[in-house]
Design a protein around this ligand. Structure first.
Ligand code: DAT
Ligand code: MG
Length: 170
């Protein structure tokens, strides 16, 4: 009985900790960098309680951007999208936390800033879809693909913030 209870508690613990290790790929786009919004955007995710596990500053190649947006290659805006994303440096990042993919998308706001809710990053800081300042993965599966595309596994750092016990119940 005691053992069963301990095992049940342990399994709950491992489930919640596994969920808290969900990762998403976020990237501040060239307009976000040019407009000096890098700190402001990162601050929102830090303050929420999500954990930064990888970040770099780079000028992405056309080839990498075409791979990143491969699903949209048939869309009429694709050439303009790649040109815009290649027009200056970007800040690719990996963030970790409970439901971070879905919550991250909510924090970004709708794709087109005219529909993004006030309070969201795009809703507060951008106006047009072609200058919507930040990318965020739309599913756990695409997050995994995007993280592997932009980061070497050694660049993603496993660490435990001292504040974790104050952000999560268990
Ligand atoms: P999201 O970035 O919200 O995941 P998406 O994956 O559909 O949106 O599109 C990727 C990017 O392509 C988006 O952030 C901005 C650009 N884009 C999407 N639809 C567009 C459109 N109709 N016209 C111009 N750019 C567009
Ligand atoms: Mg997308």
């Amino acid at each position: 009985m005691v053992i069963a209870t301990v095992l049940a508690i342990l399994s709950l613990f491992s489930k919640s900790m596994a969920a808290a290790r969900e990762r998403t790929f976020l990237m501040i786009k060239p307009d976000g960098v040019q407009r000096g919004l890098v700190g402001k955007i990162i601050k929102r995710f830090e303050q929420k309680g999500f954990k930064l596990v990888a970040m770099k500053f780079m000028w992405a190649s056309e080839d990498l951007l075409k791979k990143h947006y491969a699903d949209l290659s048939a869309r009429p805006f694709f050439p303009g999208l790649v040109k815009y994303m290649n027009s200056g440096p970007v800040v690719p990042m990996v963030w970790e936390g409970l439901n971070v993919v879905k919550t991250g998308r909510v924090m970004l706001g709708a794709t087109d800033p005219k529909d993004s809710a006030p309070g969201s990053i795009r809703g507060d800081l951008s106006i047009q879809v072609g200058r919507n300042i930040i990318h965020g993965s739309d599913s756990v599966e695409s997050a995994q693909k995007e993280i592997a595309l932009w980061f070497d596994s050694k660049e993603v750092v496993a660490w435990k913030p001292d504040t974790e016990a104050w952000v999560y119940e268990d």
